[in-house]
Design a protein around this ligand. Structure first.
Ligand code: SAH
Ligand code: DHB
Ligand code: MG
Length: 225
């Protein structure tokens, strides 16, 4: 997707930061390997982005975290490690096979007891949470199907309080969000989402660059009211 970043420098800098700040973690590495062996796509956040999610969540001292899009539980593990003692994380996943792989990985990483993986279309799960009067989440991480992002933001806002943090992955997509870039409905969903993030009076937000094999972006939004 998109144009590759100038190979040398960006990858070397990303690797330099990773070697300094994100020591190899056996449970996370084995979880990624098992997810790949089980046929899951290799689209988890990078180690550096996982650490960033962890740090941002940690600043909120969260007791309740919501994730939309589990895959093999890689980002889930980073976020679960940011929970305060006694806290818990709910992660929503469409694919039962992904959920099964994730549950094993989460158990091995020692967070199986504090994470619930709920299977089903995220929009339906979110509507059910709202209807059930679920208390607000401290942190929400949106990372499922990109076409669904605009709806996930609206539904997430109904599950937030002033001070909640909303994070969202893949907001730049190798530049495909720029006008005229040829990436069809995926980029359209993300472009609409970014416009919503920027314009919603309940949010103060920004997209920060994330370096992977291409340039991507992480949305960081603080819920004001
Ligand atoms: N957060 C993960 C990556 C998630 S990849 C990580 O960084 O480790 C996106 C996931 O969203 C996939 O597992 C996919 O099956 C799931 N997904 C796709 N459409 C969905 C939907 N409508 N509802 C819930 N999950 C969905
Ligand atoms: C892709 C990457 C992601 O982080 C994701 O959540 C979905 C898809 C991708 O590279 O296709
Ligand atoms: Mg992603």
């Amino acid at each position: 997707m998109g144009v590759k970043l100038d190979g040398g420098l960006v990858e070397r800098v990303d690797g330099y930061v990773e070697r300094l700040f994100v020591p190899r973690d056996e449970a996370l590495a084995q979880g990624l390997a098992d997810a790949t062996a089980a046929g899951l796509p290799e689209i988890a956040v990078s180690p550096n982005e996982g650490k960033l999610l962890y740090l941002l969540a940690r600043l909120c001292r969260p007791r309740r975290i919501l994730e939309i899009g589990t895959l093999g539980g890689y980002s889930t593990t980073w976020l679960a490690r940011a929970l305060e003692p006694g806290g818990n994380l709910l992660t929503l996943e469409l694919d039962p096979h992904h959920a099964e792989v994730a549950r094993k990985n989460l158990a091995r990483a020692g967070v199986g007891e504090v994470v619930e993986v709920r299977v089903g279309p995220a929009a339906a799960s979110l509507r059910a949470l709202i209807a059930a009067g679920e208390p607000p989440f401290d942190v929400v991480f949106i990372d499922a199907d990109k076409e669904g992002y605009p709806e996930y933001l609206d539904l997430s806002l109904a599950l937030c309080r002033p001070g909640s943090l909303i994070l969202a992955d893949n907001l730049i997509r190798g530049g495909a969000v720029l006008d005229g870039a040829p990436d069809g409905s995926l980029a359209r969903g993300v472009r609409a989402f970014n416009a919503q993030l920027a314009a919603n009076p309940r949010l103060e937000a920004l997209v920060v660059p994330i370096f992977r094999e291409h340039l991507d972006g992480l949305g960081i939004a603080l819920v004001k009211g």
